[in-house]
Design a protein around this ligand. Structure first.
Ligand code: SF4
Length: 222
C-alpha cells in the first residue's frame, strides 16, 4: 500500500507511541501538547543539531543537517538531525557529486542511552525513509547522546524493520479511527509531559466524583 501525502503521520511520533499509545493519541489525534523540562531541553538540543549550514563537506564526508525525509509505504514524514554521506566505492552516486557514497543517518538525543529500543526504532524509521527516497540500502546508523557525548553504532536487521512497519500500521489504524486508548498507568506516567492533561490517577480510580472531592478536600485543608 502507498499512502498519500495528506495521510502521512509524524515519523518522530514513534517515540510517543512506544512510550505510551495514549500519549501519542493525545498529541497526534487530539492535538494536545504540554511541555515539561525534558521536552524543552530535548527541543533545544535538537535545534542545535539542526543549526548551521544545510550541508557541509569535510574531505570525503558530506554532512547534511535537518534533512526532510518521507516514506510512502510507511506513510510517514519527518526530519533527520544529520545524514552523513561517506565516500565509498560500494555506495551510491549522488547528483552533482563525484564518486560514490554510503549513507548514515545520525539521530541526536539529549540524555543518555535508554534501556528500551525507542531511539533505535526512530533511527530505523529514518533509515527506511532514506532507502525509499534515494533508492539505496542502509545497514547502519548512529545514535548520539549528549549526556555521554558519544555515538553508538546501530546495525539494522530484518526484525527491527518489521517492528517499525507494524508500529506504523497500528498507528495508521488508530489514527483512521481517531481512537485514544484508555489510561494504563505505568512508571512512565511520572515522566510524562501530558500527565496533567491525561490525569492517570483520575482514570485509574474510575470516579471523577471521588477525584474532585479529594481535590476540594486538599484545598480546604490549606
Ligand atoms: S500520564 Fe501515563 S497513561 Fe497518561 S499519557 Fe502519560 S504515560 Fe500515558
Amino acid at each position: 500500500m502507498m499512502y498519500e501525502e495528506e495521510d502521512f503521520l509524524s515519523l518522530s511520533g514513534i517515540q510517543h507511541f512506544e512510550f505510551c499509545r495514549r500519549q501519542w493519541a493525545l498529541i497526534h489525534i487530539e492535538q494536545q501538547w504540554a511541555d515539561n523540562l525534558r521536552t524543552v531541553e530535548g527541543e533545544l538540543f535538537h535545534s542545535k543539531a539542526h543549526d548551521g549550514s544545510v550541508a557541509e563537506k569535510r574531505g570525503g564526508l558530506i554532512i547534511s543537517r535537518g534533512m526532510a525525509v518521507y516514506s510512502r509505504t510507511l506513510g510517514i514524514n519527518g526530519v533527520c538531525d544529520i545524514v552523513e554521506f561517506q565516500k565509498d566505492e560500494t555506495g551510491i552516486e549522488l547528483y552533482g557529486r563525484k564518486g560514490k557514497y554510503k549513507v548514515y543517518p545520525v539521530e541526536y538525543k539529549k540524555g543518555e542511552p535508554k534501556t528500551n529500543d525507542i531511539d533505535i526504532l526512530q533511527l530505523v524509521a529514518q533509515i527506511m525513509c532514506l532507502e525509499e527516497m534515494i533508492c539505496c540500502s542502509i545497514d547502519t546508523g548512529y545514535l548520539y547522546y549528549g549526556e555521554t557525548r558519544h555515538r553508538i553504532k546501530i546495525t539494522v536487521d530484518k526484525g527491527m524493520r518489521e517492528k517499525v512497519t507494524n508500529i506504523f500500521e497500528e498507528m495508521h489504524d488508530m489514527y483512521s479511527r481517531r481512537y485514544t486508548p484508555k489510561v494504563k498507568m505505568t512508571k512512565s506516567c511520572n515522566a510524562c509531559s501530558l500527565k496533567d492533561i491525561c490525569i492517570p490517577k483520575l482514570c485509574k480510580n474510575k470516579s471523577a466524583k471521588k477525584y474532585i472531592e479529594t481535590l476540594i478536600a486538599e484545598v480546604d485543608d490549606q
